[in-house]
Design a protein around this ligand. Structure first.
Ligand code: S3P
Length: 425
């Protein structure tokens, strides 16, 4: 599917966005192994989170959907059933990596794979700790999906993550739910902590001190009534659009503001972006609030070290902002970007070049000079949702109508993206 994007004069209005993808996955997985019913409101509309729901159904968990409200009849820690066929994680790295932690503890074997992009994503990062816990996992070439997981009784471990990854942390903690004793995960950099918050919300005994998490195995998890905040990573596209288009005034309601995710807002504010946060409240342990964004001249800067890890999903759209900023943007320490849904360093650079924007590809990042103009162009999502959406925002600033090929990729996290964007200009 192609989308034509014409330039925007301003981006104004008030929007609510679909539920957070990271939180939705976690609530669905934990609710499935909890005792009793959970009701999850504002569940993500993205295809990725539906891959998780379908996998849970295939594992014998009754899951009902009514619009964006999902009811899950939890089967308890030991209540999952052997699936009749291979599990399909689609495009979703979160589904395969996080769910493998649960699959590794089952008494039946499972095979889990996904689409072509997922089949190229590295899995050694979960195979290693799960094998140490006692699971037997084979993978294509030893490290790519599909995975064949022969689980069973697991041992708790004390594990230091070699890469900063909330998916790997979650995988080990989910496996740790099934192991006797205490599982400890040590992070090199504090990654998003939705799993820790959600596990506590469902009743797990979990202690966090700095970058170390300790979880007691075999808890009784209890079904909950949950409300998912809007996805800040989806909001990021509209925030950048409103900053760039002159005369914009945009309100985004009910957005997740978890401090391990909201580095985006601090970073933008530090560059001079006019973003006001109001109506902050806590829901199921997660902060949410309203964002009011007005067009601003942003300075630009450097994204590196821990900041890179904290902004990893927002880098494609920040690269677009960087090209229009006063001083440009340099992104370093972002080698992980090369193993996302696409190699995002090269897909971002390629689309910028197509728009006549200068950007230098570095082994672990990008160097993008500022004060550049975007020219209308034929752009490509390369099958990556965040690339489709980031370049829709770049196209808003171009000197004519641009075309985005493969725009349907946006539905992986945000099926309503183009419709929402059109409602604002
Ligand atoms: C996610 C963690 C990040 C992120 C992904 C979602 C999560 O991946 O890029 O979109 O929900 O835990 P990594 O764990 O690979 O860094």
């Amino acid at each position: 599917m192609q989308q034509k994007i014409s330039p925007a004069r301003s981006i104004s209005g008030s929007i609510t966005l679909p539920g957070d993808k990271s939180i939705s996955h976690r609530y669905a997985m934990i609710a499935s192994i909890a005792e009793g019913d959970s009701r999850i409101r504002n569940y993500s509309t993205g295809a990725d989170c539906h891959s998780t729901l379908d996998a849970m159904r295939a594992l014998g968990v009754p899951v009902e959907e009514n619009g964006t409200e999902v009811t899950i009849r939890g089967r308890g820690l030991d209540g999952l059933r052997a699936p009749a066929a291979d599990l399909d994680a689609g495009n979703s790295g979160s589904t395969i990596r996080m769910l493998s932690g649960i699959l590794a503890a089952q008494s039946f074997p499972t095979r889990i794979g996904g689409d072509e992009s997922l089949s190229r994503r590295p899995m050694a990062r979960i195979i290693e700790p799960l094998s140490r816990m006692g699971a037997n996992i084979s993978a294509r070439e030893g490290r790519f999906p599909p995975l064949e997981i022969c689980g069973g009784r697991l041992r708790s471990i004390d594990y230091t993550l070699p890469v900063p990854s909330a998916q790997v942390k979650t995988c080990v903690l989910f496996a740790g739910l099934y192991a006797e004793g205490e599982t400890i995960v040590r992070e090199p950099v504090r990654s998003r902590d939705h799993t820790e918050i959600a596990l506590r919300e469902f009743g797990a005994d979990l202690r966090v001190a700095a970058k170390t998490i300790a979880l007691t195995g075999r808890p009784t998890l209890t079904g909950r009534d949950l409300l998912v905040p809007a996805d800040l990573s989806s909001a990021a596209f509209f925030v950048v659009a409103a900053l760039l288009a002159p005369g914009s005034r945009l309100t985004i309601r009910g957005v997740g503001l978890n401090p391990t995710r909201s580095t985006l807002l601090d970073f933008l504010a530090g560059m001079g972006a006019a973003i006001r946060i109001t109506e902050v409240e806590s829901r199921n342990g997660e902060l949410a609030g309203e964002l009011l964004v007005s067009s601003s001249r942003v300075r630009g800067g450097v994204i590196e070290k821990e900041t890179t890890a904290a902004l990893i999903d927002e880098i494609p759209v920040l690269a677009v902002l960087g090209a229009a900023s006063e001083e440009g943007l340099t992104i370093r320490d972002a080698a992980e970007l090369r193993i996302k849904e696409t190699d995002r360093i090269s897909t971002v650079a390629e689309n910028l070049h197509r728009m006549g924007v200068e950007a230098e590809e570095l082994p672990d990042g990008l160097a993008i000079p500022g004060r550049q103009r975007f020219h209308a162009a034929e752009l490509d999502s390369f099958g990556d949702h965040r690339i489709a959406m980031a370049f829709a925002i770049a196209a808003l600033c171009a000197d004519g109508e641009s075309l985005i090929h493969g725009a349907e990729a946006a539905s992986v996290s945000f099926p309503e993206f183009f419709e929402t964007l059109r409602s604002l200009y």
